[in-house]
Write a protein that binds this ligand. Structure first.
Ligand SMILES: Nc1ncnc2c1ncn2[C@@H]1O[C@H](COP(=O)(O)OP(=O)(O)O)[C@@H](O)[C@H]1O
Ligand SMILES: [Mg+2]
Length: 305
């Protein structure tokens, strides 16, 4: 298989591991910086170049698109899709996952557990909005935040109001959630590949914090997820259309609650904690998809300049 990895930096652990796992399995692989891909969009065919050279004949592409380049990166990925290249994580699925509000609406509609969440725009409605949520503590999070930055805990209603006011003043999009205290600063990251949970780690927030992100100093250890937790993670990934996903759950009295579905989950923490060759399972899953004939129908799709 001729494989492309869309990543801004070939030296990152996850990118390196995917390259290594692909080469070990005899595939040809290239890391492409999505910001160095540019495209021609025309009704007689799609074309894309990377640093002066045409990109053709790729069977599959693995997107590793960081939050800061979501828009451009997914446009590049969509161009690959339109040229008939297989991807485990299509551009539209990544966009659904990145938008926490949209993601929560889709998950809740299927009956998947998540912390009660409210969202609103007008300051005149804030009191009623918070009343719809229930008593403090509240968790306020930026709609497109990552790695725990932009996630705040407010103990008092007055604090919730002032944080909301400040965020509105900055024109930031945010959600407000019930604080799930019984999680005790821990969450589970279930790593889903091809409809299966291949590894799970439990992350524990450092003392004095409620956010368990490894980037915020959280610690990780491998655990076995319950059947209900695995089922929740698998359903969430499937619902968003993600072949590779890091589904973050918290354990609550009413069962697993989804916090987030990560479309470019890091490999370093979970491979270290679990000892599982996750890069290898991603490559094996992609190799199966990359062999299938493309399902994209449309004019000019097979004509690549
Ligand atoms: N409603 C909540 N109740 C309790 N803890 C939460 C809640 N929401 C988030 N957290 C904690 O904060 C961390 C970061 O939240 P998350 O929604 O995953 O944002 P990010 O995208 O920045 O990682 C979670 O891993 C979890 O430990
Ligand atoms: Mg998270």
């Amino acid at each position: 298989m001729k494989l492309a990895i869309l990543s801004r930096n070939g030296k990152l652990y996850s990118t390196r591991r995917l390259v290594e796992a692909a080469r070990e399995r005899g595939h040809s692989v290239r890391v492409l910086d999505p910001l160095r891909c540019y495209m021609r969009i025309a009704s007689d065919g799609f074309a894309m170049h990377h640093q002066g050279r045409p990109l053709t004949g790729y069977h599959a592409v693995i997107p590793r698109i960081g939050a800061s380049v979501t828009r451009y990166g997914t446009a590049v990925l969509r161009q690959f899709e339109l040229m008939g290249t297989f991807t485990p994580n299509p551009s539209d699925s990544i966009l659904k996952a990145r938008d926490k509000l949209r993601c929560h609406q889709l998950l809740a509609a299927q009956g998947l557990g998540l912390p009660a969440t409210v969202f609103g725009d007008n300051p005149d409605d804030t009191s009623d909005l918070l009343a719809m949520l229930g008593p403090t503590p509240h968790v306020i999070k930026l709609n497109e935040g990552t790695q725990g930055a932009g996630v705040m805990l407010t103990e008092k209603l007055s604090a919730s109001r002032s944080v909301i006011e400040a965020l509105r003043g900055l024109y930031a999009n945010f959600l407000v959630q019930e604080f799930v205290a019984e999680a005790k600063g821990a969450d589970l990251r279930c790593f889903v590949v091809g409809g299966k949970v291949v590894a799970t780690m439990k992350r524990q927030a450092p003392k004095g914090d409620f956010r368990s992100n490894l980037h915020r100093g959280g610690t990780a250890k491998a655990v076995t997820a319950t059947a209900a937790e695995e089922d929740t993670a698998i359903r969430a990934a499937k619902l968003l259309g993600l072949g590779v996903a890091g589904v973050d759950l918290i354990r609550s009295q009413r069962g697993p609650l989804i916090l987030e579905v990560n479309a470019s989950p890091g490999l370093e923490g979970i491979e270290a904690a679990s000892g599982v060759d996750i890069a290898g399972s991603i490559i094996e899953c992609v190799a199966i998809g990359g062999k299938k004939p493309t399902t994209h129908a449309g004019r000019g799709l097979l004509r690549q300049a």
